[in-house]
Structure formats: C-alpha cells, structure tokens
Design a binder for this molecule. Structure first.
Ligand SMILES: CC(C)(COP(=O)(O)OP(=O)(O)OC[C@H]1O[C@@H](n2cnc3c(N)ncnc32)[C@H](O)[C@@H]1OP(=O)(O)O)[C@@H](O)C(=O)NCCC(=O)NCCS
Length: 195
C-alpha cells in the first residue's frame, strides 16, 4: 500500500516535464480541455466548465494516485509549469497483466512530437514499475495522428473492433494496438525481438 499522499514521480525528458496533477491545474487545463477539436476522438467530452476539469482532477486523478498508479501525468513543456495535456498507463485487465496507454495534448502543441516524447517516458516508468506483459492502446477509426504516435512508439496494430464503441450516439470502429514487454525491452536495448 502506498501512503495516501503518494504521487507519481516527476519524469523529465529533453523538452518536457511530466508530473502529478494538482487542483491548481484546473484553470490552465480547462483552457485546453474545453476545445472540441481535442475531444473529437476521445472518450471524454470537451469540458464545459472548470467544474468538469476539477472533477477530472479530484475524482479521476486523485483516485488513481491513491491506488498507487502513476496516471494521469500532466504534460508540461519546459520551462512553463502549466499543463498542456495528459498521458499515462492504467490497468486495463490486471489479472492478465494488461495495461493501456492514453494521451492527449492541446491543439497548439500538435505536430511537434511531444506526445511520443511524453509517452516514451510514461511507458519506461510503467514497464519498470508495474511490469505488464502487454501494453495496449485503442484508437477510434479516423484518428490517424494517434495511430502515427503508436507506430513511432513501436506498437503493432492487431485489428479493428468493429462498431465496438457507442459514443455520442454513434457506433465507432476501434483500432487495437499493442506493445509487449519483451518488445519494449528489446527496443530499449536496441535489439529487434523478431530477428
Ligand atoms: C493525436 C495526438 C495525441 C498526436 O500527438 P502529437 O504530439 O501531435 O503527435 P506527433 O507530433 O507525433 O504527430 C503525429 C502525426 O500527427 C499528424 N500531424 C502533425 N501535425 C498535425 C497538425 N497540425 N494537425 C493534425 N495532425 C497533425 C501527422 O500525421 C503526424 O505524423 P508524422 O509524424 O508521421 O508526420 C494529438 O493530436 C492529440 O492529442 N489529439 C487530440 C486527442 C487525441 O486524439 N488523443 C488520442 C486518443 S487515442
């Protein structure tokens, strides 16, 4: 058991700092999470008020930290400490040692490779700390940028779960990707597990 005030360790990359969220992030995070372009392919709805953002920070983030999960991480771009997105790995099926990667970043920061950089750090921490056998990621069909992120991280596409998600009144096709523990470690050490 982790102490109730446990928070994920801060991770630093070349351009980013990933850290735990706090209540103080509500206003700057709302500024980005209210954008419907960001929520176009997400499971969550664009935030309508800062109250929605506070619910995310208090009811989602704090509960994950209480469980000892390093998720969600606030993505910040050096040297600005304000959050511009979120990423992290959570248990999708703990008895099967399967985790899932999720991520988003604010629209002004798209196309700069930030999410790949952030997710590499979050994946390194999750594989080291929780040792999942499988890391999966789901992408709603049409979200090509997200599929590119996963390809750059070394994920493989497994197939499409046809019409498996009822979202905003529509059944969506969901593309399933995965990265296995041995593939992650082989890539991290410069090997190719297929050879
Ligand atoms: C999808 C998302 C995570 C990609 O993150 P990112 O840091 O912009 O990713 P990258 O910079 O590595 O770019 C990935 C691809 O996005 C596309 N892209 C680049 N600039 C773009 C722009 N200005 N607008 C839209 N797409 C763009 C390119 O196809 C790029 O692929 P390439 O590197 O082969 O050219 C980000 O756009 C986002 O947060 N979107 C909203 C939330 C979301 O969809 N989350 C994922 C849910 S599964």
């Amino acid at each position: 058991m982790k102490p109730h005030d446990w928070r994920p360790p801060t991770l630093t990359t070349e351009r980013l700092v990933l850290r735990a969220f706090t209540d103080d992030d509500a206003q700057p995070l709302f500024h980005h999470a209210r954008n419907p372009n960001v929520a176009r392919f997400t499971l969550w709805e664009a935030h309508r008020s800062v109250e929605d953002t506070l619910i995310f920070l208090r009811d989602y983030a704090v509960l994950r930290y209480l469980e000892g999960m390093a998720e969600p991480y606030a993505i910040t771009v050096k040297p600005d400490p304000r959050p511009v997105g979120a990423c992290g790995c959570f248990w999708a099926a703990r008895p099967h040692q399967t985790m899932e990667l999720g991520y988003w970043i604010a629209e002004p920061f798209w196309g700069k490779g930030y999410v790949v950089e952030a997710c590499r750090a979050a994946l390194a921490f999750a594989f080291a700390e929780y040792a999942p056998e499988r890391m999966q990621a789901r992408v709603i069909a049409g979200n090509h940028a997200s599929a590119r992120v996963l390809a750059k991280l070394g994920f493989r596409e497994e197939g499409t779960l046809r019409r498996s998600l009822l979202r905003r009144g529509n059944f969506e096709d969901v593309r399933m990707f995965s990265l296995l523990r041995n593939e992650w470690h082989a890539a991290a050490s410069g090997e190719n597990p297929q050879q």
